[in-house]
Write a new protein. Sequence first.
Length: 99
Amino acid sequence: MAIVFNGLWSAEEEDRPTLEMRSEDLKDFLKKTKNGGRKAILVANVPGPTIIPNEEIYDSILVNFYSGERFSQALMDVIEGKVNPSGKLPVTFPNQQND
């Protein structure tokens, strides 16, 4: 299994130029991973609503807002099935930029 981390940078008093998570290098990497028969999990560290292109490439997507000190342990607990990722998204994710 490949656990792939990708994210967006954001700051106060500054708008993001796009909602899209651009990832051409990541897309190529995932195609190679999938050709090897492995499953791919995307861990998206994002500051809010985000367009995740090529979502069909991933076997699962875990969206994380504002992770803290214990994020890595919490993430592994979810991936290993020790904890049900039962959080509710406080936002709507668009399918395209103008949604």
